[in-house]
Design a protein. Sequence first.
Length: 102
Amino acid sequence: MKIKVLGTGCANCKNTMDLIAKTAEELGVTVELEKVEDLPIIMQYGVMTTPGVVIDEKVVHAGGIPNVATIKGWLAGATDSISGESNAGGCCGSANNNSGCC
């Protein structure tokens, strides 16, 4: 699973990277984690508020640090949570989703 964290280097972006890495490690999920700080590339994803999270080239989150439950949902069922088949655990399934990511 390839995960990109989009952001220009703010504390929230760093914390998001760390939280995803820690959660993946706890779950025993292998991820390829990449930090994208180049603003033109971030804009190509349509992310206007950071941090943004992209899983396998699909934007699943934008704006604010995602909570652990949301990250676990991405890692446990990334295909379902980003394909539209089911939004359980993805950013669209969170009660406090104000990011407009979906």
